[in-house]
Ligand binder design. Structure first.
Ligand code: HEM
Ligand code: NAG
Ligand code: NAG
Length: 317
């Protein structure tokens, strides 16, 4: 009796949950459990090999998933050659070959089963773990788009590093991510590198920057327009290949590399969240994991929508 009542209740709850989320995701952690039980271990091996060869690749793979989700939803449109990859805000995306190689290995064991969008989501998680960060359960079942986003969609979806706090809060808010999620996800900048052109204005023109830090960056990044095109600096100057909370301590010291980074700690509404993540590695780890799952839920294609691409860089012919 009790168990019948319980399962009745469970079915009732399932129906309510299904109705409530009908317009959003229908993702599940066990999506490939029977159709491709070795999918996740195959992706993990590929990521670990790539990160062992070059630690920065972990940052590049995390960024690919972020860009994918912010532009037209997590549908691997970012991987379609040509369009999105060549738009301004995508400046310097990398890791396409690593994803292509992982996809080929997954196709070899389970043809046309595992989407490129899911590979990106799992690779982002495995990259963070490989660099010492938190883990989380990745929800799966995304399908791949059959169209790339237009360049106007890309520009309006991704924000430039000159963005203000209000612009950041608003853009994330439109995608269902609250200011705490926004501050947590920005902690992705605890790894990886940026080009001089991305932080030039901040180190020459902003006043909310540590002067010694600004001077040391200016030594390699000239103020001239288009200058230092190939110059890179770490987004987290302390520990650029470790996924930790040093990014937030940098912000407290006015050592954010990008104007948009320092906006999170500049006398505004997110200051306390930055202080919290700077002093508590576990608070950051838990907020980051939560926010990554939310980001991974942005407008996925599910069911019979889209397709499972056989090659991530091209729509199936
Ligand atoms: C909307 C706010 C954001 C802005 C304005 C922003 C901006 C940037 C810029 C300008 C770069 C450097 C590009 C270059 O100069 O080559 C960069 C790199 C990076 N971003 Fe963001 N980003 C944002 C959010 C995020 C989020 C949410 C994540 C991940 C959760 C992320 C992860 C990364 C990583 C890992 C890199 C380094 C990539 C590499 O070394 O290859 N970013 N970002
Ligand atoms: C600094 O600001 C001035 C005035 O707005 C502008 O002309 C110049 O290009 C900026 N410098 C950099 C490096 O962005
Ligand atoms: C990897 C990639 O396609 N990067 C492009 C991003 O956008 C810039 C500016 O349009 C291009 O120069 C890059 O080639």
């Amino acid at each position: 009796m009790a168990s019948a009542a319980a399962s009745c209740l469970a079915v009732g709850l399932l129906v309510v949950a299904a109705l409530a989320s009908a317009a959003t995701a229908q993702l599940s952690s066990t999506f490939y459990a029977t159709s491709c039980p070795n999918a996740l271990s195959t992706i993990k091996s590929g990521v670990n090999a790539a990160v062992a060869q070059e630690a920065r690749m972990g940052a590049s793979l995390l960024r690919l998933h972020f860009h994918d989700c912010f532009v037209q939803g997590c549908d691997a449109s970012i991987l379609l050659a040509g369009n999105e990859q060549n738009d301004g805000p995508n400046l310097s995306l990398r890791g396409f070959n690593v994803i292509a190689s992982i996809k080929a290995q997954v196709e070899a064991i389970c043809p046309q089963t595992v989407s490129c969008a899911d590979i990106l989501a799992v690779a982002a998680r495995d990259s963070v773990v490989a660099l010492g960060g938190p883990t989380w359960t990745v929800l799966l079942g995304r399908r791949d788009s059959t169209t790339a986003a237009s360049s106007t969609t890309v520009s309006s979806s991704l924000l430039p590093p000159s963005s203000s706090l209000a612009q950041l809060i608003s853009r994330y808010g439109n995608l269902g991510l609250n200011p705490t999620d926004m501050v947590a996800l920005s902690g992705g900048h605890t790894i990886g590198q940026a080009h001089c052109t991305s932080y030039q204005a901040h180190i020459y023109n902003d006043t909310n920057i540590n002067q010694g830090f600004a001077k040391s960056l200016q030594a390699n990044c000239p103020a001239t327009s288009g200058g230092g095109a190939n110059v890179l600096a770490p987004l987290d100057t302390q520990t650029p290949t470790t996924f930790d909370n040093a990014y937030y301590r940098n912000l407290l010291a006015q050592k954010g590399l990008l104007h948009s980074d320092q906006q999170l700690f500049n006398g505004g509404s997110t200051d306390n969240t930055v202080r919290n993540f700077a002093s508590s590695a576990t608070a950051f780890a838990s907020a980051f994991a939560t926010a990554m799952v939310k980001m991974g839920n942005i407008s996925p294609l599910t069911g019979t929508q889209g397709q499972i691409r056989t090659t991530c860089s091209a729509v199936n012919s």
